[in-house]
Design a protein around this ligand. Structure first.
Ligand code: URA
Length: 238
């Protein structure tokens, strides 16, 4: 349980500077259960708090945990250079909350991207010690062969890695389709592993992280949702 003043509540939820939030409150823009709350010093219990602002009900969230169905031609970098950044796909208040991608997908990779403003969560999910499986659907330039799969499973040596990297599983899903499960998240890892194994990645899609499947979230490309505690639990390694 924690109590905060109304101006701090609005600011923490990404509605701008404290000064701006105070103005919104004093202008009578914030209602709770249909009642205007125009005293910014009023303290409220944040647990379970829902307030109404700009004709929308806003549930107070100490942190946000988001899954985005990333389209191609968006960059995960904080300072995108050639394409728009993934943050532009989120609601404006989320960018004020300092939401960041958890790891990165290449600009041309599509699929599940987690985002959060919880530093401990971002750190834990990105930690190489955690071994959270990431499931990729890769389209290959050349046909998939048994030899390619054997190499991906045995491990391939990448230039700047001290030891060979291997896929946890690698399944043929079509003439040019592979499902690849990785536990690491090295730079361009799938593409570099496929190239080192003698093929080439023509397209890449991340379909799941841990047991959380993108398909179950029912998001069109470019859409995002908040993750529930039950969905977050599916991200834990076994
Ligand atoms: N591996 C890649 O090569 N690219 C990605 O975006 C993710 C994994």
């Amino acid at each position: 349980m924690s109590k905060l003043s109304l101006d701090r509540i609005l600011q923490s939820q990404g509605y701008g500077t404290r000064k701006f939030c105070r103005t919104l409150i004093e202008d009578g823009e914030v209602t709770i259960n249909g009642v205007v709350h125009d005293n910014y010093k009023e303290t409220l219990e944040t647990d379970g708090l829902v307030f109404r602002l700009f004709e929308e009900d806003v549930q107070y969230r100490e942190h946000v945990y988001i899954a985005l169905n990333k389209p191609a031609n968006y960059e995960c970098s904080r300072k995108p250079s050639h394409h728009p950044g993934v943050l532009t796909l989120l609601a404006e208040e989320l960018t004020w909350r300092d939401v960041q991608p958890v790891g990165r997908l290449d600009h041309d990779t599509t699929g599940m991207l987690l985002m959060s403003d919880d530093g401990a969560f971002i750190h834990a999910q990105s930690s190489p010690k955690r071994h959270v499986p990431k499931i990729y659907q890769a389209t290959t330039a050349e046909p998939v062969t048994d030899e390619l799969i054997e190499k991906m499973l045995a491990g391939v040596q990448l230039h700047d890695e001290p030891a060979p990297l291997a896929a946890v599983t690698c399944l043929k899903r079509g003439e040019h389709q592979l499902e690849i499960v990785l536990e690491q998240g090295k730079y361009h890892q799938v593409k570099r592993m496929l190239a080192a194994a003698g093929n080439h990645c023509a397209a890449l899609h991340r379909s799941a992280i841990g047991k959380l499947e993108l398909a179950a979230l029912d998001l069109n490309e470019g859409e995002w949702c908040y993750l529930t505690p039950e969905q977050l639990a599916l991200l834990s390694p076994e």
